[in-house]
Ligand binder design. Structure first.
Ligand SMILES: [Zn+2]
Ligand SMILES: [Zn+2]
Length: 262
């Protein structure tokens, strides 16, 4: 399994960066995990967007879904995707129509988003949308995805991807919790957010500090942890140091273009 960081920024992009997006490749299987603003261009630098088997969405925040809009325009209007189908793609042979595996309520959210300026069904025409049941396992080629709801400001699911006994766990966005620790138990690599320099001042938790991220990795017994979803306006060395202390071992910081082979 090969994971490439396409975007690791929080809800606003780093200079030259992209919000959440991770390319997961396993043999012939290509999966995009989240598709935040800036991700589509980064994806295009690495793979043909028509070759992506599925996009998996952790939650319906802008920084995890916004580039589904340009991705949809490409799938519908790119010359090689012609002719533009009437009423959708099912049964047609040539155009690519990747699976879009998203939380319950996604279709309504996409309609509200795109409907603010145009035909609301843009995303559901471009992709084959499946709203997942988090209690069930989803298979994409050789990858199996399990889900776990985690505390955030909207319904959010962490995902554990496995193939042939190798595991990659993605914590999505989350505040401190035990559920992610259980999902990530003994994982080969935990990609975990470390958004905050300090806990939210409001008291309502929805993100982690680097120290908390390291602690979650230690409690899960993760073999490797990679911190992500942190801004380039924070001190990266301080982030890493705080996580090393609580994880009790080496900690990596996601950067765009980084590749992890498991
Ligand atoms: Zn979020
Ligand atoms: Zn986010």
């Amino acid at each position: 399994m090969r994971i490439t960081v396409l975007g690791k920024s929080p809800s606003w992009q780093d200079a030259g960066g992209a919000c959440s997006g991770y390319l997961v490749e396993d043999g012939e299987t290509t999966l995009l995990l989240d598709c935040g603003n800036g991700v589509f261009a980064k994806l295009r630098e690495r793979v043909d967007y028509t070759d992506v088997d599925a996009i998996l969405i952790s939650h319906l925040h802008a920084d995890h879904i916004l580039d589904l809009v340009p991705y949809s325009y490409a799938l519908i209007y790119a010359p090689r995707q012609q002719p533009v189908p009437v009423g959708g793609y099912p049964g047609t042979d040539n155009p690519a129509r990747p699976r879009l595996i998203a939380p319950s309520g996604a279709v309504d959210t996409f309609h509200q988003l795109v409907g603010s300026w145009g035909n609301e069904d843009l995303i559901d025409i471009a992709f084959a949308i499946e709203e997942y049941d988090p209690a069930e396992t989803v298979e994409v080629g050789t990858l199996r995805a399990r889900f776990q709801e985690v505390p955030h400001f909207t319904t959010t699911f962490a995902a554990d991807l496995s193939s042939n006994g190798t595991r990659f766990t993605y914590g999505a966005d989350c505040g401190p919790n035990d559920a992610l620790v259980d999902l990530a138990r003994d994982t080969d690599l935990l990609m975990i957010e470390a958004t905050l320099p300090r806990p939210e001042r409001t008291g309502e938790r929805g993100h982690l500090t680097p120290g908390e991220a390291g602690e979650h990795g230690r409690r899960a017994g993760a073999r490797r942890i990679v911190l992500t979803h942190y801004s380039d306006e924070l001190d990266a060395d301080a982030c890493r140091a705080a996580a090393v202390e609580t994880f009790g071992g080496e900690v990596e910081l996601a950067r765009e273009g980084a590749v992890y082979t498991l």
